[in-house]
Design a protein around this ligand. Sequence first.
Ligand code: HEC
Ligand code: HEC
Ligand code: HEC
Ligand code: HEC
Length: 182
Amino acid sequence: MKRHLILALGLVVLGGLLMGMAPEAKVDHELVGSSKCKSCHKKIGNPYVLWQDSAHAKAYETLGTPEAKKIAADQGLGDPQKEEACLKCHVTRVFLGNPAVNAKGKYADTEGVGCEACHGAGSDYKKKKIMKDHDAAVANGMIREKTEEHCTQCHNSDSPTYKEFDMEKRWAEIDHPVTEKK
Ligand code: HEC
Ligand code: HEC
Ligand code: HEC
Ligand code: HEC
């Protein structure tokens, strides 16, 4: 009873905050999948190609290896590719708390840690006109945060294979600047 009341109050407060912040902005952005970003970001510089060759693109696949299965079994868990306890850092959708998957998109859990895990669910910002305008993109859910805190949501000691996280070094491994503009 009491818990429900606190939850209801919390939702009212949260709703009020969101409305006060940006009355017209949608908050229920949907996942479109990294291959939707590819259509433009292969031409505008090469972020897609760089991501595809990175460990993030293999984060789901990794959960299918014997090493992953052993880690899961040692924790009393089943198939790591089905366990929320692993998917929450290895798969975009689960990491983002289960946003809807856009019906016209190409999102699949197999893409691992995709573009949208760092840049936000893309259904509302992926249009070219919005993308070119930083403020419009942000208002439509685009996130661009090069902070250690963003990375350590996953790169932390809750990871069974945690290695110390050095932001500068690790960023250099996944940097994906736009190199040629069109
Ligand atoms: C229709 C083409 C198109 C699609 C699809 C697209 N983008 Fe973009 N994106 C652009 C353009 C154009 C820019 C601006 C590039 C510039 O000015 O250098 C941009 C810029 C960006 C930026 C930098 C924005 C800023 O203001 O700092 C990010 C991050 C980004 N895109 C991520 C994504 C992600 C993630 C997806 C998939 C969910 C995506 N884009 C899909 C065309 C697109
Ligand atoms: C949604 C969770 C998540 C976020 C956020 C995230 N990562 Fe990762 N990262 C992973 C996972 C999972 C792997 C391991 C993938 C694999 O090996 O299959 C990984 C691997 C890496 C690797 C390869 C290193 C290695 O030991 O194999 C680098 C480099 C890296 N991440 C850098 C970053 C940086 C820099 C940021 C922040 C800008 C970041 N990551 C944000 C989940 C995340
Ligand atoms: C808190 C986030 C997080 C959780 C939860 C998580 N992982 Fe990971 N996992 C990572 C990151 C980040 C990496 C990249 C290596 C690191 O820790 O720096 C990684 C890497 C791996 C690797 C590759 C080994 C390596 O040394 O790179 C395996 C295998 C793995 N994880 C299995 C699992 C399994 C199985 C589970 C569930 C029992 C799980 N992970 C849960 C974040 C996580
Ligand atoms: C692990 C987190 C992470 C992943 C995964 C990721 N990005 Fe980024 N991306 C960032 C961060 C952080 C920045 C800001 C870098 C900066 O400002 O120096 C960025 C910057 C960008 C930019 C602007 C680059 C420039 O030179 O202006 C584009 C475009 C972009 N990302 C597209 C993508 C696309 C497309 C994907 C997937 C194919 C992707 N990103 C995957 C974290 C990520």
